[in-house]
Ligand binder design. Structure first.
Ligand code: MRU
Length: 356
């Protein structure tokens, strides 16, 4: 039997230059209107890019932070030749990057890996050698992420049948990874095999990752997609217009609780009510076996202005308080299956010994 077809990613989201001196990202805040890349070389711009979601999605911010660390190692090695403290630069940069977005475990993990690669191994080794190890580690993280997406696509495609209508929330596609995505990977694989799949993309208030990003990349790849408001998802399910829900994750606890974009929990509750499978797709780097349950997951709080304003327009009275967590936790009993690059995991979930 021939290996199942996996298509190439429809877009490159994050990369490091061959020399290791530049982090290149697609600025997702400009999509769908403009496709514009940024070249980043200093910590300030990297932190700003991750915080303001120019690059976003758990695996992509992991790759961006890993590549960012390597780029800072490259420039740190040059600065060290004229007296700068290479180790201090690395430590401070790692702290700054780790603080940007606390919920996705991929980010801290990638920073730690590249930092470890830059640690001194031999008293006489030049800084440039340490910086090159960091670059190689960052490239390995990028390539591993791409391969994990392919594997998720192959495993997850077992849930997708010809003619299915699949609902997803937020963007867990190519734009959120270095490959073909997580939640969208099974859809890309099914599409490449010639199956007809239609995607419902929840718009995903307040930053519209579903409307702006999922719709953009699926349209580019030729996969039929319709955007619906977040409030529409349950009604679509009641009307019989949804066969399957697939979402990504920012962190999965050892018991299978899933942190993902705010609104995911509501989709899971509605799916359970209507007897629709609710599948989570994520690479092994999103599983946090040290986190016993969702209660221990730190949820990022974002600026009230993301809700208060639509572009320049005020849509909530200025004095009214706004609550704007970026993520919520879906308890494991609502999750039909978790697809990782390793395979399909069914309840009861136990990731305490899971290799990450
Ligand atoms: O705030 P974002 O856009 O970074 O949130 C992204 C999500 O919630 C994704 O579903 C998750 O990171 C998985 S991406 C493969």
């Amino acid at each position: 039997m021939s290996a199942p077809l996996v298509p190439p990613p429809p877009v490159t989201v994050v990369d490091i230059s061959p020399a290791g001196d530049t982090l290149r990202i697609l600025d997702q805040t400009r999509l769908p209107g403009e496709e514009c890349y940024l070249e980043l070389r200093d910590i300030g711009r990297m932190v700003e890019a991750i915080r303001s979601l120019r690059v976003r999605g758990a695996p992509a911010i992991g790759v961006a932070a890993g590549c960012g660390m390597a780029v800072l190692g490259y420039h740190g090695a040059i600065a060290a030749r004229v007296g700068a403290d290479f180790d201090a630069i690395l430590m401070e940069s790692a702290d700054d990057l780790r603080r940007t977005r606390p919920t996705a475990v991929n980010l801290a993990r990638a920073v730690d890996r590249v930092l470890a690669a830059g640690m001194i191994r031999d008293a006489r080794e030049p800084y440039a050698v340490r910086a090159r190890r960091m670059r190689d580690e960052a490239i390995a993280i990028r390539d591993e992420d791409r391969a994990m997406c392919d594997a998720i696509g192959r495993h997850g495609a077992t849930f997708v049948r010809d003619g299915m209508r699949v609902l997803t929330h937020c963007n867990a596609g190519a734009l959120a990874t270095a490959g073909i995505g997580t939640a969208l990977a099974p859809i890309y694989v099914a599409h490449a095999r010639g199956q007809q799949v239609h995607v419902w993309a929840d718009e995903t208030r307040p930053l519209l990752q579903g409307a702006r990003l999922t719709a953009w990349e699926l349209q580019r790849a030729g996969v039929p997609v319709t955007v619906c408001s977040d409030g529409m998802a349950a009604t679509l399910m009641r009307e019989g217009a949804v066969d399957l829900v697939i979402v990504g994750a920012d962190r999965i606890a050892a018991n299978g609780d899933v942190a993902n974009k705010i609104g995911t929990y509501g989709v899971a509750v509605a799916a359970r009510h209507h007897g629709i499978p609710f599948v989570v797709a994520a690479p092994r780097t999103t599983i946090d076996r040290h986190c016993a349950s969702g209660h221990a997951i730190r949820i990022e709080q974002r600026s009230p202005d993301e809700l208060r304003r639509l572009g320049d327009r005020l849509v909530i009275p200025e004095a009214v308080p706004v609550h704007n967590p970026a993520f919520d936790v879906t308890p494991f009993p609502l999750v039909t299956a978790i697809v990782t690059d390793v395979g399909v995991h069914h309840p009861p979930y136990d990731f305490r010994d899971f290799p990450t």
